[in-house]
Ligand binder design. Sequence first.
Ligand code: NAP
Length: 284
Amino acid sequence: MEFVSLNDGNKMPVLGFGVFQVDPKETQRCVEDAISVGYRSIDTAKAYFNEESVGAAIKTALAGGLKREELFITTKLWISDAGEERALKAFDASMKKLGLDYLDLYLIHQPYGDIYGAWRAMSRLKKEGRIRSIGVSNFYADRIVDLCENSGVIPAVNQLECHPFYQREALKRTLEDYGIAFESWASFAEGKNDIFKNAVLSSIGEKYGKSSAQVILRWLIQRGIVVIPKSVKIERMKQNFDIFDFALAPDDMAAIAALDTDKTLFFDHADPERVKWIIHAFDK
Ligand code: NAP
């Protein structure tokens, strides 16, 4: 496995396994499969409702002889838990579900609510050694600059939508200015726009004897971006893991760069109606 060095001195695997939209009933099996394939970094969130099943898979892996320090576990703080006291409680609840005594990476899932209070709580938990690294997700350039300039604690990671149709090059440069690692969610655009059959990606794949999925992950890693592809199928988990024996040539990197549409395929954080919707997504 290759690693990226984080700005707090820790290391993070460049390839992990994501469990968004994995049924809680299937999550334990999926994470156990992923660990058997070789994945050591697992990305979940309170809002995925499967932390407990991730915890059960971690327990099995540890009982089978894997060392805790070999794993890199990420979970995320939801909007309703933003705020200093709430974040402390939410962290404890996530840790209980995961069955862990320390967490590798805790992310603010969305840039809404009292994120400054949450950030103070997370900074404290990091100082106390209960979290190794703290970061954010879905923070665009304005929010990142605000948090960095006003909190005095620079996030280690920003996890963002990033795939061949939405490449985030300008935001990537802002993150580089602060030494923040860029982690991609929906690296495959969740299959949208027929991405796996895209002519450019398929023909590049043919050259290297790789699938479009492998080309996408390789392209992201060569841009210095951490990837966490999701699959419930072990054969695809294996395929997505098998990306360290080839390198894309500069002209292939350029051909993929030309696929950028600079538009989200999922969620525009500048759209007031969408923002209102997500803030209240889990209201009773
Ligand atoms: P994704 O990884 O872009 O795509 C997953 C889809 O691709 C699934 O439909 C999967 O189907 C399919 N797939 C996987 N490998 C494949 C392969 N080799 N060939 C063909 N199809 C393949 O989508 P994602 O799950 O949204 O993103 C990845 C992770 O990012 C999530 O699981 C989550 O951990 C994180 N995430 C974070 C946020 C955030 O707001 N921070 C938002 C979304 C996601 P099967 O499962 O049927 O194989």
